[in-house]
Design a protein around this ligand. Structure first.
Ligand code: ZN
Length: 133
């Protein structure tokens, strides 16, 4: 695990959250991207070596919609940058972590991603992400 790559925040309205985070960070988001497979629209802000990812549901069946329904808006996941996602997934599986998929998926921001179940990480959804070269 190299560093915290980004923190994902679940929001109701991407437009409203974009405005607020632009004011907060003093910078506009550098990209917005729809991830069809997850039924979300995201936007990304740079903050030093880290990023903030805002996530809004594009459909009520999205995991983000369900998260907000249960817990309200707020921090959804913490993402760690890894060099080799396959090796990290194997390492964590051997260490007893429960992963949400057996193979990495294509995530937002040009990344291969995999999630660790919050049940095996003290209630925090952990994302592993590897830059696609
Ligand atoms: Zn993320």
């Amino acid at each position: 695990m190299n560093k915290i790559e980004h923190i994902g925040i679940a929001v109701n309205s991407l437009e409203e959250a974009n405005n607020l985070y632009t004011q907060l960070l003093g910078e506009f988001p550098y990209k917005s991207e729809v991830v069809e497979s997850e039924k979300v629209i995201t936007s990304f802000f740079k903050n030093g070596p880290n990023k903030i990812e805002l996530l809004a549901a594009t459909h009520e069946s999205s995991a983000i919609a369900k998260f907000i329904e249960k817990k309200g808006e707020g921090i959804h996941h913490i993402a760690f940058a890894v060099d080799n996602i396959y090796e990290e997934m194997e390492r964590l599986t051997k260490a007893g972590f429960q992963l949400l998929s057996t193979t990495p998926k294509k995530g937002a921001d040009n990344k291969l991603v995999c999630f660790v179940h919050p049940k095996s990480a003290h209630g925090v959804l952990i994302e592993l992400c590897q830059e696609i070269k």
